[in-house]
Design a binder for this molecule. Sequence first.
Ligand code: SF4
Length: 227
Amino acid sequence: MRTTRSNTSPAEWERRLGAIAEAVGTDFAASVNRIADATARPDPFRVLVSTLISLRTRDEVTFAASDRLLSRAPTAADLAALPEQTIAELIYPAGFYRTKAGNLRRIAATLVDNRGGAVPDMLEELTALPGVGRKTANLVLGLGFGIPAICVDVHVHRIPNRLGWIATRTPEQSESALMEVLPREYWIPINQLLVGFGQAVCTPQSPWCSRCPLAGECPRVGVTRSR
Ligand code: SF4
């Protein structure tokens, strides 16, 4: 694992991420962020549920499925009381909906039994829950609790590597490398920013380099085909 340009100034990060934000536009909001923003105060339970539903699932499906389930079960106690089959029906057609239904019910029961229904605010305790990996845990810490944490999904792993900001092989390495180079104030918003950029401009296959505001400075590491 290698990190590069670690001496990048805060003003330079502001310029880079500002350019990305402009390219993404103000209309974009990832489904989990929309679910998180739907309540007056951040609710870690809503973030946890919608993030679990979002794994390998399109954004529109995630939002609708999360909304259906959370309308029926707004708390861990409500969710623990639902039969697994009902949870599966409510989140269908989310990917792996049966497995997720089982995990969601077990998580809810664990939270009720061990924590009075509250979601933990520690990475280790979150990742001990069924089906919860670092990606999910970090999004819960960031969006649910406001604790600086970098949620590295496929976009957050791919794009900083293409741009040469970091040079890593795995999402775990990317998380550590980004924590070294990226100012803390961007740790929470970087996920939504790069998810939007990864869907609209720096797409997985054949990115739109011709439309990219960072094209003049991007070494396009690993890119073999672009538009
Ligand atoms: S120039 Fe191309 S590869 Fe580099 S960030 Fe922009 S879209 Fe992605």
